[in-house]
Write a protein that binds this ligand. Structure first.
Ligand code: ADP
Ligand code: MG
Length: 309
């Protein structure tokens, strides 16, 4: 069994370029491996190339050059096997309005050559919470239901890898939580998950590893924990007892007032130990009612790495 669910070597994509449409280099040679069993986040600003990459994996967009290997199968050498290993929930709602959820799942299973006896249409309908809508026209489904149906369609052939492109964009909290519950369960059962999302706190909570792409190039790829540790910023927030007007000055520490009489000390954790700040505060005769620290979140990391424009 391959260690990597996905291997990309110098994968490039240029759209257009013929006739009137100007050429658009959407991917500029991406090298990336995604380990089997992980929940992997693919992040980047709008237009970075995330959907292009995912659609190449899905076989929906032809790469211009490079090598794509899915579950050990080279996409160009073993197109059928590599396609069978992956299920994609696309960003766009591309459902045939005349199919019911049951019909859409059956047709999808047929497309992937899943024999009738091995189909699990009812199990999937249950999982995506559409059992009671199984025979309704897709056009009568709400946006959230359609999204759930797209997830179901991605699963009919029991792929080893599930790819979700912006699964929670514009969906309500309930659906979002349902999606993440499903994703975690599938991952616990061994499925490799690759997802893109605009909600960085979601990526922070869900993903073991993260790649950030920008302008068609890989900016960084690391474990979520290591990425969060990259930024050197840290903040200590104290709530003094009573009125504490005179805060001690400390070299390399920026002091700002916060609402509720709180005071924030911003510093570099590589240079200053928060204990030293607390000592200085106490030596100045200030009594503390409360102390908290704040670490940078993924949003800070993301902005630091993609701020160029
Ligand atoms: P993301 O999903 O990260 O927002 P996309 O992969 O959708 O980014 O797009 C990457 C770039 O490629 C963008 O500049 C986009 O306008 C362009 N692009 C995407 N699809 C096409 C297409 N079919 N034809 C021409 N340009 C495209
Ligand atoms: Mg996209």
């Amino acid at each position: 069994m391959s260690q990597n669910a996905i291997e990309l070597e110098r994968v490039a994509k240029t759209y257009g370029g013929q006739g009137k449409s100007p050429a658009k280099e959407a991917l500029k040679g991406i090298d990336l491996t995604i380990p089997a069993g992980s929940i992997f986040g693919l992040l980047g600003p709008n237009g970075a190339g995330k959907s292009t990459l995912i659609n190449i994996l899905a076989g929906l967009v032809n790469k211009t050059s490079g090598r794509v290997s899915i579950w050990g199968f080279d996409q160009d050498v073993n197109p059928r096997q590599s396609r069978a290993a992956i299920g994609v929930m696309p960003q766009e709602l591309n459902l045939d309005p005349f199919f019911s959820p049951r019909g859409a799942l059956e047709v999808q299973a047929g497309l992937y050559g899943v024999p009738k006896s091995e189909r699990r249409t009812d199990e999937i309908l249950d999982m995506i919470g559409l059992a009671d809508k199984a025979d309704a026209y897709a056009r009568s489904l709400s946006g959230g239901m359609r999204r759930r149906l797209l997830l179901g369609k991605a699963l009919v052939h029991r792929p080893q890898i599930l790819v979700l492109d912006e699964p929670t964009a514009g969906v309500d909290i309930e659906l979002r939580q349902m999606l993440w519950r499903n994703v975690r369960k599938l991952n616990d059962e061994g499925m490799t998950i690759i997802l893109t999302t605009h909600y960085l706190e979601e990526a922070e909570a869900m993903c073991d590893e993260i790649a950030i792409i920008n302008h068609g190039e890989l900016v960084v790829r690391d474990t979520t924990a290591a990425l969060l540790g990259r930024l050197d910023a840290k903040t200590l927030v104290i709530t003094p007892e009573g009125d504490a007007a005179d805060m001690p000055r400390i070299d390399g520490v920026k002091i700002t007032q916060r609402p509720g009489g709180r005071i924030a000390f911003d510093f570099r954790k590589s240079e200053i130990n928060p204990g030293a700040i607390l000592d200085a505060v106490r030596s100045a005769g200030i009594t503390l009612r409360d102390v908290a620290t704040e670490e940078p979140d993924l949003e800070d990391v993301f902005l630091a790495l993609t701020h160029s424009d």
